[in-house]
Design a protein around this ligand. Structure first.
Ligand code: ATP
Length: 324
């Protein structure tokens, strides 16, 4: 698990003066599921394109499976499967025929192609629908067919760009379970680019947080939350309230909460208030909110998750810190 399979060294891509990817260093280990997270325009797709050898870096290096993607893009393409957010299929051909076509393109003999395709259809749960035209597949079925299409060539690495977009919750669960099983059983390395924090948290061993072309942090959720919160604010209280606060009310409540002994930061995000601190302050928080006339739905202490980490870095509700 420690052997690195994707290595980026000071990887940079500039468009004119603008750096879409800015001196990126990253090492992804064989067999792990790595999540690329970041807002629109952070540079995730550009990084993926450079890994696949589809666009040239301005400077720096990218190696996949030990091969320089810029110098030998075709060799990399043979070992890496890429699933974009919407795969193009021959709509008039059945799912099975589409896979057979890919298999033949990858120079498998007819017999090998049929064996591999039928095993994959079984693996991804599309055996019963294998004769149906791809144009008639649901979004979830298309993505599973896309995954099979990528797996036909037996890749060492698969790169998935927003693979669960538009799939219903049960389909998402099934798709993610499949990814985890593939990675664990066949030691396939998975790079998953996504905006869905909960999905990423559920399946990824480690995540990298991208902002403006730079990797701000990487690690597993526990490591990241420790680095960001644990020293200063190991406790987190979450209050669900009835309706968003007016700006004046938010100011008042925020300053009262920050005055509490042990409170370090307060974040108000629509109908939720988050109080990070050095000690348990649930009872005091309840007292302040009720006194201020805030309708309190429930109050609980919880562990930091990827959404807290993500918010702390860039998006959504402001973080008000005592020392900030
Ligand atoms: N061909 C191009 N010419 C000029 N600028 C580009 C080009 N391709 C991408 N960019 C810019 O580079 C930045 C990074 O884009 P990129 O598509 O890599 O971001 P992303 O993180 O994948 O975003 P999203 O989540 O929206 O797909 C953006 O500001 C984008 O406008």
């Amino acid at each position: 698990m420690n052997q690195s399979i994707i290595e980026l060294e000071s990887l940079t891509k500039k468009y004119g003066e603008f750096a879409a990817v800015d001196h990126l260093d990253l090492s992804i280990r064989k067999g792990e599921i790595f999540g690329l997270l970041g807002p629109n325009g952070a540079g995730k797709s550009t990084t993926i394109l450079m890994m696949l050898g589809l666009t040239e870096p301005t400077s720096g290096r990218v190696k996949v499976c030990g091969i320089d993607s810029t110098i030998h893009p075709i060799d990399v393409k043979r070992r890496v499967g890429y699933l974009p957010d919407d795969v193009g299929f021959y709509e008039q051909l059945s799912g099975r025929e589409n896979l057979l076509y890919t298999a033949r393109l990858n120079r498998l003999s007819r017999r090998e192609a049929e064996q591999r395709v039928d095993a994959l259809l079984q693996r991804i749960g599309l055996k019963d629908a294998s004769g149906k035209k791809a144009g008639k597949y649901s979004r979830g079925m298309r993505q599973r067919l896309g995954l099979a299409d990528v797996l036909v060539k037996n890749p060492e690495v698969i790169i998935l760009d927003e693979p669960t977009l538009g799939i219903d919750p049960i389909g998402v669960r099934e798709f993610l379970d499949l990814i985890v099983a593939l990675s664990r059983e066949e030691q396939i390395t998975v790079l998953l680019s996504s905006h869905h924090l909960h999905q990423v948290q559920q399946v990824c061993d480690r995540v990298g947080i991208f902002v403006a072309g730079k990797l701000l942090a990487q690690g597993n959720v526990v490591e990241l939350s420790k680095a960001l919160f644990s020293d200063k604010e190991p406790y987190l209280v979450e209050a669900a309230i009835e309706g968003a606060l007016t700006p004046e009310m938010a100011e008042t409540v925020k300053s009262q909460l920050l005055d509490l002994e042990g409170a370090v930061s307060v974040r108000i995000d629509k109908e939720r208030i988050y109080i990070g601190g050095t000690q348990e302050v649930t009872a005091e928080v309840a007292h302040i909110l009720v006194h201020a006339g805030v309708g309190l739905k429930h109050l609980n202490t919880r562990e930091y998750g990827l959404d807290d980490i993500y918010t702390k870095y860039f998006e959504g509700g402001e973080v008000y810190g005592k020392t900030a």
